[in-house]
Each structure stands twice: as structure tokens, then as C-alpha cells.
Write a protein that binds this ligand. Sequence first.
Ligand SMILES: [Ca+2]
Length: 240
Amino acid sequence: MINPDTYLFGWWGTNLSTAQTLLIEDFQRYLYKSHGVSDGFEYEELKNDYWWQLGSTIAVSHNQARSGAGSLRLLDDNTANLTAGSRLFPGMRQGIVKFSLYAHSLADSFSFSLREPYSYMHAAEGTMFQFFVESDGSLKVYNSAGGRIELPVTTDLTLDAWHDIELRFDATAGTIGVYVDGAFKGTAGTYKSGNLVTHFNIASASTGATGTDVYIDDLTIRNTEAGLPAAGTVGTEQPA
Ligand SMILES: [Ca+2]
């Protein structure tokens, strides 16, 4: 007898003499509790991926791609508005955020942050974790006093190259671990206080300056609070 929460999906293969099957265990958990996010920026409509765009220069671009053909470009080309965007996702207390970053210009710097629902602008309440890539490529984090400091292991992000960034946050503990290109850079604390992270925000530093031109790709955000199911084999493989 199959567990009532186990589903076997089947469909024809490339011809009617073959069949494909996919077995999903813990289906309800898969459906309702997998609070994950994955954006490859292969489609033009960011709003369908729950992005908010502030300004027309947050857009899918085909100039650069970490994978596929597209990425998300943030181009600060005006002095009228702050250039920023936010990716909304179900609230998480613990999770892993991964993305790849390609900076063509950091003339007006670049920030990325994890925030509570109501928090949007720089230094707004609920900005739990905020990072800042300076014009010289150094990666800094905001401390609770509002200062921008280096991580325990310093980082210089070279221009015109992809860098893989991974953030492991725990909102309850108020900590975030940072990995760049697979190397651990240390743990930081919160900037502003908060309990729940529910959006990923990117922005250039200021309204008045211009020039930042940054691409991000392969964004994944995963809720790790409930742990991950263990993978196992179902049975022996049958010959074709
Ligand atoms: Ca892509």
C-alpha cells in the first residue's frame, strides 16, 4: 500500500511504447511547505516572478547571463529616483539566499539586503541584514550602529566577472553567514531589529549619483527552518 501522501505521476514518453514516471513523497509538504524561490531571469516579465521594480532600469537583460540567456540588470542612469528592486517571498525565519553577481560598474555602489515586509528604503526599520559593495569592489556589511564594516575575511569583487554569493540567515538568532565564490567570509549580526525576512532588495547607493551597472542571476531562496527531507532510493532500477 502506498502512503496516502505519496503520488506517482506517469505520462507517455517519446512514443507510445515508453512511459515516464515521477514519484513524489510527502506531497502536501512539497506543495505547501516548500517556501522556495528560484529566478533565472529568462522571461521578460519580472512581475510574474514577484519582483517590484523601482524605475525602468531594473529589467531582464541579455547582455550577461550566469546561466541561460538572461539576467536581471540594475542600471542607475538617472538622478531623479533611487534605482532599486525587490523580490518578495513567503516570510522566513531561517533560510539560504544564493545568487550570482556581475558588476560592470560600481560608480554609485550597490547594496543588497534582507528585510521585513514593510521595510523598503535604505536604513528603513526592518532592514535586518544589509550589504554594500563599495565602488572599489569591497564587500561590507552594516552593523547595528549603522557603520559599514568589512566581514572577518575581506572580499574584493572584481568587475566584469561573475561571483557567487550565498547568505545563510537566522532571523531569530540575528545572524547571517556569508560565502563568496564558495569561501566562508564570516558571520555578521543584524543591522535593524526584526523577526522575519520576506524580501530581497537590491539598490544603488543614492538618488543623486549615477553609474552603477550590475547584473544578478540564478537567484534561489530556500526556507531551511523545517529542515530538508532526506533523499533515498525507492527500489531497484528496472531494465528498459
Ligand atoms: Ca539566467
